[in-house]
Structure formats: structure tokens, C-alpha cells
Design a protein around this ligand. Sequence first.
Ligand code: TXA
Ligand code: MG
Length: 324
Amino acid sequence: AVTEKRPDLLPPGPAAIARAAEVLRAGGLVAFPTETVYGLGGDATSDRAVAAIFAAKGRPSFNPLIVHVPDAATAERYAVVDERATALMEVYWPGPLTLVLPRRAEGGLSLLVSAGLDTVAIRAPDHPVAQALLAACDRPLAAPSANRSGAVSPTAPHHVLESLGDRVDVVLAGGRCPVGLESTVLDLSGPTPALLRPGAVLREEIERLIGPVTVGTDDPEAPKSPGQLASHYAPSAPVRLEAGEAAADEAFLTFGPDRFVRGGAARLNLSTQGDLNEAAANLFHHLRQLDKPGIRAIAVMPIPEQGLGVAINDRLRRAAAPRG
Ligand code: TXA
Ligand code: MG
């Protein structure tokens, strides 16, 4: 039998942070918690580390990664930060907002991070473990969500072990991610800001600071298949949206009061109070819990398309999109 490599699963105290920083500086991979989801981190200045991230995720190399930095001052080394970016960073950094900006060639980032584009996606995570790791390794960290490409993002350390266990050197086990959905991605590389991925920083909040924002897509294959929603963030069972009830062989993901809603072999509620923040934090966790053998499909009750509901519905529509 082949002996499987097991990662070191470490509670994130000072010794664990120091060890993880050492692994990163040597070109290794570390999964770490952020406020949004767990990231699969590698040194963003190292081609070898960035290539290892793409390989571990099974991610197509034309889909660029997000670079994580401690703060706005550090971001300026790698990207051209204009007035719009500065205004947003002052309010939302550190936090769940990624900005796509012109890349500084002299910054030293691996070109693989940007997948050949002359832009870079950059964010400062608002999580003590992520910040401690960035400080200790003193490198920008390329970090996509720590899951196999196309699958549901991890919001707890055991999710990382389930999907990438043998492909990561260290997992910093920092508990559940408080936001639970990936960061908002805003493209500021052109004259008109474009929302590429909705998240916890809302479009209307961004517009209040910098004016009108168009809605784009973060799907690198989108131009080839206009109007098509690529399957992403998907559990193995099919997902059925806008469900009023569930069949006996379906799992049921409910929202709000559900005492009088019928069906479901298994059932989890995103938020009995109908709180969208709570629902976002539970979404990926509950989808994974319900995605069990014997479940024909996961039926999902409607979620209001307002506030964080926009980002929740974006992920749910992609989970329900036809599989490629
Ligand atoms: O919350 C998050 O953003 C998490 C945590 C770990 O920070 N990271 C994350 O990374 O979700 P990832 O790789 O799963 O998603 C990055 C998204 C992708 O949709 C990618 O296409 C887009 O950002 N992106 C990255 N660089 C880009 C660029 N230069 N231009 C346009 N889109 C870009
Ligand atoms: Mg991802």
C-alpha cells in the first residue's frame, strides 16, 4: 500500500505560525483561515510555489489567483493603486474585498499568479491567523480557496483535509470562517469598475464610495460561452433551487421558519431567523453536510436577492449550473 502524506494540522499558536512561515519561505503550501474561507497559500513571488498551488487544486492555469497582503501600503509594491482603490481600501481593508489592479512588473510577483494578465487581484484578509502568517513569512501569499477546483470552498479545517489533505504541508486549524463566502472581487483595471464576484462587501456599498459599478464575471471561460453559467462551488449531488418542498430522497436546505415545509431525507436550516449573514456563514458547511451518498439531490429554499443574499444566490446558481 502507498503511504499517504498527511499534513501537519496545527492549532495556530506562535510556534505553529513560525513553522508555517518557514514552510512558505521554502516554497511549501500552507492552508490558513481567513474571514471568508480557508486559503491554500504559497509564496506569490515563487513560480515553483504558485505552480504547486495550481497542481494541488487541479485548477486550470488560465484562472488567476488572489495575492494576500497585510495592508494597503504593501499592496502598492505589487499594484498601481488609484484614488478609487484607496477610497475602498480605507473603508474595507482589511476585509472581504479583492481589487483587480494593474500589476507592477517590478514588484516581483510570479507571472503565473496573474495567468498572463497585466493585472493582479489583491486583498488584505481580516483574520488574526492570516495576518500573523503574513507578518511572520514577510512575503505576499497567493491563496485561492483551499479546495479542488470547482468544488465547494472550505469554511472549516476538516473541509481542507477532506479535499486537499495529501497536497498541503501544513493546515493552520483556526476554526470556522466567520463570513463563509469568498471575497467580493472588483475589477478596477479599466475606467468603469466591474463587479466580478459578489461577496460580503456589497455593490451598493462600493457605489456609495466610487460611483456606478457594472456587473461582470470572474469566469475565465465566460467569453467563450456567453450566457452560460459555469458549474462551480458545486457539491457532488445535483442542486435544485427555489424548492418549496423536498422529495423523500432529496436533502433539504431551508431558510427561515421551516416547521410547515415538507420533505427531505435530511434537512439543515441556513438561518431559522432568516438572517442572511448567518445563512452565508452556514452555506458551504451545510452543503457539505447534506452532500452524502444516497441523496439524489439537494433542494434549496428560495433566498431573498438582497444584501448578502446576492452573493449566496450567485454561489447557489453556480452550484446548480449544468456540470461541464
Ligand atoms: O475570499 C477569497 O477571496 C478567498 C480567500 C482564500 O482569500 N480566495 C479565493 O480565491 O476565493 P479563488 O482563487 O478561489 O478566487 C479568485 C477569484 C477567481 O474568480 C479569479 O478568476 C479572480 O478572483 N481573479 C484573480 N485574479 C484576477 C485577475 N487578475 N483578473 C480578474 N479576475 C481575477
Ligand atoms: Mg475558489
